[in-house]
Design a protein around this ligand. Structure first.
Ligand SMILES: Cc1cc2nc3c(=O)[nH]c(=O)nc-3n(C[C@H](O)[C@H](O)[C@H](O)COP(=O)(O)OP(=O)(O)OC[C@H]3O[C@@H](n4cnc5c(N)ncnc54)[C@H](O)[C@@H]3O)c2cc1C
Length: 622
């Protein structure tokens, strides 16, 4: 193909998926001339799997991204059609928002946001090669022969790189949803010395709602008081759709077990490594043999479509078997498949090739984000796109990088897990991945991260002041509750005894009432006018801070200990093979990862506490 120089940009983003969108918007909003390439403009912001945003741990990521100045939360609040706060009955550390999205509406909103963004050029094209000059990224080449000079590039190619879809014995070179695969770029990345591997993921069938008997299922309505994802959303969201719950049957399990030899997972057709925490229905039935049935959630794909997504039925079984499987499920006995379930294999990079800024160690100015980095999920992709985009922009404008710590965010935890520990399967965030769950709640993401969003230039002064004022008001209210007493009364004691709490004889302080597990801030409203008038978001923070005070203090102590180790910086070009006292495995791993500080070094698998002690001695001497 004859090449021609088609233009010059500061940053090229390859991909307009969840990662590419955040990377492109961050770079353009920080004033960098940015171009965003995608194989199909109509698939920008596509949700090739469940039409939902959030979930355990994922809801935290969306809120954190919003606090930093990212886009996903705002678009979700415009496009979501049903909201649920998961783990509502449990503590605030694991409560996480999840919402059904109107898939087409979400895409429309994101495409228009990209099109309307100053300093951003959106282009439909396949990138077939990347070039470097003296170890620094320099050019992007399109299948058309167009060549662009660039100062940085973000690879956010999702599940498209050498995409291969699998339905039984039928395999096809393809991206998701019938989009064409990216077939050339992999070689260019390999030529740059990057270590690529093959991962896999899968999705369930889509069925026509007209062919479903919902009377055989349990309706799953949205919450009465839905919460928005974005801290900037002022209008409470509305539930405009419902989901349904049904279950597999012994017949379903028999059909799958009888056809296991035709499953590409078990017949060896699939080579890529799949996600442990999003297993196919075949894997679930094999792995959990004793479980009599598995939940299936029937979810709408949008308001203006009959397409229903069968969550929990991800598979790559032959179509004929998929039909039998579906028809064995209550409510789906006459289901009409609109899109069959399938698995997809794709190339992605070994995340140990990346620095905590998501820049590659081998090619300066080249960044990775999203599924390409070995993660799985829209939310995981979006936050990495943001981190990569922001760091590309900060580097090009000679500003210090944005490296989020494990102790201040799930985003920092996710990135650190990927670039320090690596992953051998698609990585999915969960609250259990964090040591600091109680301080990294979804409700206080603004307090933790808006100051950083402001520092990097993506959160306005006005918004930062609003957040500071909110938490100052929280502190003032806690102070007020501490010094405000109310007299004992019949109505107060009736409430306490009804809730199984001890009645009071004389008066008591409001804060002591709130500390009682049975009493919420909402209950104080009938005894104190000030409480009655309090803003909901401030009341929520007051309640959590007062009730979990002891636990939060203990966790903050752990954070302080963590910070101590993180504060011991290590030279990025240190040759560990020459350091005394280190075991061979530790030397190799430390030289491969090049940790930024002792904390990161201590999290590398194969580096023992004795090795860390040896490093500390070296640091003291050095
Ligand atoms: C079948 C399937 C099942 C899934 N199942 C799950 C699941 O169960 N759980 C879960 O959490 N996640 C699942 N996902 C993953 C989820 O879709 C992704 O995590 C998410 O979309 C990743 O976002 P991304 O931005 O990294 O990539 P994508 O959303 O895939 O976007 C990639 C973008 O890159 C562009 N692109 C790629 N190569 C090139 C090129 N060479 N030139 C120009 N543009 C290019 C594409 O056009 C697209 O715009 C599944 C995905 C698929 C396809």
């Amino acid at each position: 193909m004859e090449e021609f120089l088609a233009g010059r940009f500061d940053v090229a983003v390859i991909g307009a998926g969840h990662a590419g969108i955040e990377a492109a918007l961050a770079c353009a909003r920080l004033g960098l001339e940015t171009v965003c390439f995608t194989i199909n403009l109509d698939a920008g912001g596509n949700m090739p799997c469940n039409p939902a945003i959030g979930g355990t741990g994922k809801g935290h990521l969306v809120r954190e991204l919003d606090a930093l100045g990212g886009e996903m939360a705002r678009a979700a609040d415009k496009a979501c059609i049903q909201y649920r706060l998961l783990n509502r009955g449990k503590g605030p550390a694991v409560q996480s928002l999840r919402a059904q999205a109107d898939r087409r509406e979400y895409q429309k909103i994101m495409k228009h946001t990209l099109e309307s963004q100053e300093h951003l050029t959106l282009r439909q094209a396949e990138v077939v090669a990347l070039r470097q000059t003296d170890g620094h990224i320099s050019q992007v080449v399109l299948r058309t022969g167009a060549v662009f000079d660039v100062r940085a590039a973000v690879v956010a190619t999702g599940t498209y790189l050498h995409g291969r879809t699998i339905i039984g014995a039928c395999t096809e070179e393809s991206g998701p949803d019938g989009m064409h695969a990216a077939t050339a770029l992999t070689q260019s990345l390999v030529d740059m010395g990057l270590d690529l591997r093959r991962f896999k993921t899968g999705t369930p069938p889509r069925v026509n709602a007209r062919s479903i008997d919902f009377s055989q299922m349990e309706i799953q309505p949205g919450d009465d008081d839905p919460l928005p994802f974005s801290f900037t959303t002022t209008q409470p969201p509305m539930n405009r759709a419902a989901c349904y719950l049904t279950y597999t049957t012994p017949e379903t399990h028999k059909i799958i077990l009888d056809n296991l030899d035709r499953s590409p997972i078990y017949s060896g057709v699939i080579e890529g490594i799949g996600p442990r925490y999003c297993p196919s229905i075949e894997t679930k039935i094999v792995r959990f043999k004793d479980k009599p049935r598995h939940q299936l959630f029937v979810e709408p794909m949008g308001l203006d479509t009959e397409e229903m997504y069968i969550q929990g039925f991800s598979s790559s079984m032959p179509e004929e078997v998929q039909v039998q499987m579906l028809h064995s499920v209550p409510g789906l006995t006459h289901a009409q498949i609109m899109r069959p379930a399938y698995a997809i294999e794709y190339d992605c990079v070994n995340p140990l090739e990346l620095k905590p800024t998501l820049e590659t160690k081998k090619v300066e100015g080249l960044y990775g984000a999203g599924q390409f980095n070995g993660s799985s999920g829209y939310e995981e992709a979006a936050v990495q796109g943001f981190v990569a985009g922001v760091n590309a922009a900060l580097k090009l404008t000679n500003q210090p990088p944005m490296i989020l710590k494990r102790s201040e965010s799930y985003i920092g935890t996710l990135v650190d897990d990927l670039v320090t520990k690596g992953t051998n399967e698609p990585y999915r965030i969960m609250t259990s991945r964090s040591e600091y769950r109680l301080v990294l709640r979804q409700d206080n993401a603004d307090e933790r991260l808006c100051p950083i969003g402001h520092r990097i230039g993506l959160v306005s002064e006005e918004r930062l002041q609003q957040v500071e004022e909110k938490y100052a008001a929280v502190a003032r209210e806690i102070e007020r509750l501490t010094h405000t007493g109310i007299p004992g009364s019949e109505s107060l004691n009736r409430l306490l005894t009804d809730r199984g709490s001890t009645a009071v004889t004389d008066g008591c302080r409001l804060i002591d009432l709130l500390k009682r597990p049975q009493i919420g801030y909402r209950d104080l409203r009938s005894f104190d006018d000030h409480c009655a008038a309090m803003d909901t978001a401030i009341a929520e923070q007051v309640e959590i801070t007062v009730k979990y005070d002891g636990y939060i203090r203990r966790q903050m102590k752990q954070v302080a200990d963590f910070e101590k180790l993180e504060s011991h910086a290590l030279p990025p070009d240190l040759d560990y093979s020459a350091l005394a006292g280190l075991r061979l495995e530790a030397r190799e791993k430390l030289n491969e990862i090049k940790p930024l500080n002792l904390g990161q070094a201590s999290r590398i698998s194969g580096v023992s506490p004795a090795d860390i002690a040896a490093l500390m001695i070296w640091l003291e001497k050095a």
